[in-house]
Write a protein that binds this ligand. Structure first.
Ligand SMILES: *Cc1c(COP(=O)(O)O)cnc(C)c1O
Length: 297
């Protein structure tokens, strides 16, 4: 099985000033792993793809939105491993495919576009498209296997942190990080979906009973109008954050992550003794869907 080289995922120390406060934390740069499948996606996919190969499946099918990094990552990882990939995409097909979907096509993924009502019923889709020797991966890669693979992220850094902050979409990554934490550590999630009331429940479902006792918190006020939505202030913030830290962020996940973390620091959410790590989960390819010249990086 072909895997990714994750040696480039360095920890970077960040210190900058905002509103007369000094903010200091470490960033795990998972965005540096691979230019297309950066970040958390390889970790989420490795166990399901391993199982697919063990079960002698030659095709992987999955679900995602038009901006889904999970879709591109699945296409790329299947391509590396000689597997066929099929993506069921939420929403009607646009005449002009966006960068994310073009990349998925380049990696050989077969795309099927479904209107929102059909997309909602995953079981009906599986029956309507009986694919031989197919291993199905949930929308966005939500799964216990995915969370298990995410635990490997902890091999990449020297773990002395008290708070670990990550972005939350399906919660698979956050669940994997919770699974891997030691007793004195708390995971803090920044949710990028609007009105995700089942977020806590969906994370607990991926944890075993002992892990469910570990503390974690999810912050719901930094989604900027919802999943993959962006506002001019968010884009401005991404540029000024880059100016101050040299860290590029994507508008779907990590800009909201770092913005939310900054607000938590400014609100004195952390104590003096906290040692904070923020996990940069990648996703920078998504910025190619923004209009040209909106970002300085
Ligand atoms: C997919 C993704 C996430 C969210 O991961 P989940 O496991 O679905 O919560 C976070 N950051 C980036 C950059 C992503 O692409």
């Amino acid at each position: 099985m072909m895997n990714f080289n994750t040696d480039d995922a360095v920890v970077q120390k960040i210190v900058y000033q905002k509103n007369n406060q000094i903010l200091a934390y470490d960033v795990l740069r998972l965005d540096l792993i691979h230019k297309t499948i950066s970040g958390n996606k390889f970790f989420k996919l490795k166990e399901p793809v391993k199982k697919a190969i063990e079960e002698k499946c030659n095709t992987i099918a999955t679900f995602g939105g038009a901006f889904s990094n999970h879709i591109v990552a699945t296409a790329c990882y299947c391509n590396m491993n000689g597997l066929k990939s099929i993506g069921f995409i939420r929403g009607e097909e646009n005449k002009k495919l966006n960068h994310t979907l073009l990349q998925a096509l380049d990696f050989g993924m077969e795309l099927h576009f479904l209107d929102r009502a059909s997309y909602a019923n995953k079981e009906a889709i599986k029956q309507q498209y009986p694919i031989p020797n197919c291993y199905w991966i949930n929308e966005g890669g939500y799964s216990k296997d995915g969370a298990f693979g995410v635990m490997d992220i902890f091999k990449l850094f020297n773990n002395s942190y008290t708070k670990i902050i990550c972005a939350m979409g399906t919660g698979t990554t956050m669940a994997g990080i919770i699974k891997a934490t030691k007793p004195n550590q708390t995971v803090v999630g920044i949710c990028v979906l609007k009105g995700y009331t089942n977020a806590e429940k969906d994370i607990r479902f991926l944890l075993n009973p002992d892990e469910q006792k570990k503390p974690f918190s999810i912050h719901h006020q930094y989604h900027f109008n919802g999943y993959a939505k962006h506002t001019p202030p968010l884009i401005d913030w991404m540029n000024s954050f880059y100016n101050q830290t040299q860290i590029p962020t994507d508008f779907v996940y990590t800009a909201k992550l770092f913005y939310g973390a900054e607000q938590l620091f400014l609100d004195q959410y952390f104590s003096q003794n906290d040692n904070v790590l923020i996990i940069h989960s990648g996703g920078l390819q998504g910025n190619k869907s923004l209009s040209a010249n909106s970002l300085i990086f």
